[in-house]
Design a protein around this ligand. Structure first.
Ligand SMILES: Cc1ncc(C[n+]2csc(CCOP(=O)(O)OP(=O)(O)O)c2C)c(N)n1
Ligand SMILES: [Mg+2]
Length: 353
């Protein structure tokens, strides 16, 4: 792993955590309304997968998508303002937390209906295949979506027509309060893909480097014209399903063991791995310190100071995003009308002419 890539992982993982924790705080203070589904615990999946894509690829994802949007490059200010329902949000404040969308960045949403990403992603992949373009589609979905008919219809079509789509299961083991073994006869999601002749693999979704490498490999196969692939990432959400859910149905011992696998701590550990400890530096003696530290940095490792600097930077970004969102006005009625495909400006919402 080169130093620059590792730095980007570290930055985006820390940004993802800080952004979501701030969103929770803003929700509690009444600045965000409606549903809010947060991503702490699952960051390695969005960060690893999306970093493995090209700008020409498309992303279709669920309502738990703030981090996916950030990693795709939508500015944090625009994502936060959308959560606040403000005019400067990425959808002018009219989509909200569950419906982030940015056509320019090929971020095709943000869907609140479970299983909705399958037909959307498969349709995009079909249009890519018809035009014979070198692009691919990433279709994110939760473990709770795999018993929807759309999952089976989409996998069948994608395989039959060898469409360039990567199905990405974010398996956090829960569909709101229902654990996977209570709703699925087959709990290993990746095994279902063999029914449709789609190569599939289960991967540790708590380690961003694993996620990135598995995704790169799958995308290489897809771009070679071999048809769809499916990756099941095992992960865990540290919070409840949404801000309205305390998550009390999960045994404390389970939550504690999973939070001990924190993907943010894991990437920090990986970034520091190989960096000499204070004891090693002392043992090297003054003549060799520069050489030792320099070598370590050159091969891609970071020290505590670097990690603290990244923490400070993401805090500044998130503070700025929240300030920006707070000072942005709400959308007007004209904004709403101008966003309709069928624009009947002569009518009002009350029906009067
Ligand atoms: C078709 C449909 N049925 C039910 C719901 C209500 N619902 C919202 S989220 C959710 C759970 C989905 O769980 P999963 O796919 O595992 O995603 P996660 O929330 O764990 O990321 C359900 C049942 C819905 N949005 N759409
Ligand atoms: Mg789930």
């Amino acid at each position: 792993m080169d130093r620059e890539t590792l730095h980007r992982f570290l930055h985006d993982m820390l940004l993802a955590r800080a952004f979501e924790e701030r969103a929770a705080q803003e929700y509690s203070e009444g600045n965000i309304a409606g549903f809010l589904h947060l991503y702490p615990g699952e960051e390695a999946v969005a960060v690893g997968v999306i970093h493995a894509t090209e700008p020409g690829d498309y992303i279709a994802t669920t309502y738990r998508e703030h981090v996916h949007a950030l990693v795709r490059g939508i500015p944090p200010r625009q994502v936060m303002a959308e959560l606040f329902g403000r005019r400067d949000g990425v959808c002018k404040g009219m989509g909200g937390s569950m419906h982030l969308f940015d056509r320019e960045r090929r971020f095709m949403g943000g869907y609140a209906i479970v299983g909705e990403t399958f037909p959307v992603a498969t349709g995009i992949a079909y249009s890519i295949a018809l035009r014979q373009l070198p692009e691919a589609v990433i279709c994110f979905f939760g473990d709770g979506a795999v018993n929807q008919g759309t999952f089976h219809e989409a996998l069948n079509m994608a395989s039959l027509w060898k469409l360039p789509v990567l199905f990405v299961c974010e398996n956090n083991h829960y569909q709101i309060g229902t654990e996977i073994h209570r709703h699925s006869a087959v709990v290993n999601v990746y095994k279902r893909a063999c029914a449709y002749n789609i190569p599939a693999e289960k991967v540790n979704g708590m380690d961003v480097i694993n996620v990135y490498e598995a995704t790169r490999h799958a995308l290489t196969q897809i771009r070679a014209g071999n048809g769809p692939q499916l990756l099941e990432f095992e992960t865990y959400r540290f919070r409840g399903h949404s801000m309205a859910d305390a998550g009390s149905y999960r045994p404390r011992v389970e939550v504690n063991s999973q939070t001990g696998r924190d993907p943010v701590e894991t990437v920090i550990h990986e970034a520091k791995l190989g960096y000499p400890t204070q004891a090693e530096i002392a043992a090297a003696g003054p003549d060799l310190v520069e050489q030792l530290v320099g070598h370590s940095a050159a091969v891609g490792h970071f020290d505590d100071r670097h990690i603290e600097a990244v923490r400070d930077e993401v805090k500044r970004i998130v503070d700025d995003a929240a300030q920006f969102a707070l000072s942005s006005p709400p959308p007007t009625m004209d904004d709403a009308w101008s966003s309709l495909y069928c624009n009947r400006q002569h009518e009002t919402l009350t029906g009067a002419a």
